[in-house]
Design a protein around this ligand. Sequence first.
Ligand code: FRU
Length: 499
Amino acid sequence: MHTNDQKNQYHQEMIMKADKAIKELSALSNQCHFRMKYHFMPEASWINDPNGLIYINGEYHMFYQQHPYSAENGPKHWGHAKSKDLIHWEHLPIALAPTEDYETHGCFSGTSVYHNDKFIIFYTGNVIEDRRVKKQVQCMATSQDGVSFEKDKNNPIIRNFPEEGSQDFRDPKVWRHEDKWYMAIGSGKNGKGNALLYHSEDLRSWKYMGKMAESRDTLHGKIWNCPDFFEIDGKDVFIFSPAVSKSEKGQENRQAIYWVGNMDYQTGKFQEEVDGDVDLGKDFYAPQTLVDDQGRVILIGWLDMWWNAMPTQEKGWAGIMTIPRLVSILDDGSLTFNPVPELQELREHHLEWNELTISGADKHVCLTNGGALEIIADFDLKVSDAKEFGLEVRSSINREEKTVISFRQEQNELSVNRKQSGLSENGETTCELIPHAEDYLKLHLFIDSSSIEVFADDGRTVMSHRIYPDIESTGVQLFVKSGVVKANYIDIWSLKSIW
Ligand code: FRU
């Protein structure tokens, strides 16, 4: 039997060892031309889900799943970074390393809260046998300074899954409503994903309330990961990421779903009214939110996906986070996700076009060059009659390499085509987009060394992807196929690096 002090000391030693491993790997990562200019990324090693997002005392904290010893998936630690402006991030020491026998295969995803002057992390202890989940339990860790965390001596604080759950029992989301704390845990049973609800008065002893929500449709998934919950303008929002196995990869699947509705705290049931997608890109998963001092709901997701190729792995790192997104609710109850205004700080050189019209069977006009860009293109839908129009970015001089963002008016379809984007095999991703206004469609793009995020129709439709173009492929073109396209305006900014 080890005393608590011995356990804490061992935890600190393992954290130092992990931080050292990251520093060592970073010599290799730093040589990679896919390193991001203005997205959050680790100094080196593998990262996935953002965890425990929280705004405290003027700082945004982001924790995340990290395997510090390589660029591959492995026993998870909680990496940690903070920011004063949501844009510039400072890497901090690892917050949690798996050192206990209830977490031999990782400290999995979760939440953090700030209570009685302490940071408190809730996470899942993960134990695996024969590559399958053997046991997942819920744990807590606390910190006075927000940097150095101690695991609770009563861990695990939830040791067994309830009747409605299964071995897959993870990613606690904790929030406060009136005088109680609530915890939603992702799980599933009999082929239906669900979230299991607990409540507590003191954050330590948790009482099971029942199933808070459950899949109604195969696209909602068999197991739910990373539940998230927040209130916005009098409505409750529940977000979950259906777990899809590798074998289901080719099938149509939804990666991050939001439900807007009402949480009934008496029955513990979430009444859903609106169902939508947080992001329809293929490299987006496990988003989390925080509420800051201005009451803004800010969302960050993992800008990658479990089974997608990650060519940066050979350079000792993998995984980035999306740019922070401001969540708003519309009159019809659906949500929009737009880049936070703070990102405007990064704008450097500006180019603009007004009333730009091109037409033909297959025409394009070169606009500029750049590897890290923000583009806002506003198209006049009254004049534009083309079958297809849009923008090509990160293109080579001969346009053989390019990533194409296009709108097909007749089909009301938005597409991100990565068939010629560069390294790794990627296809075309399409989704329905019926512009909310009759006369215009706005595309707002953020392009970085190895990513592209498309915010279309004022944040109603978002698609995020990784791309791996040649460093020289920096062209930007406006193009049209079969008809006329008129841009009311196009603004392009080169963006400064945050690192
Ligand atoms: C989601 C997820 C979580 C789990 C974590 C492990 O991407 O699978 O369910 O806690 O990643 O890193």
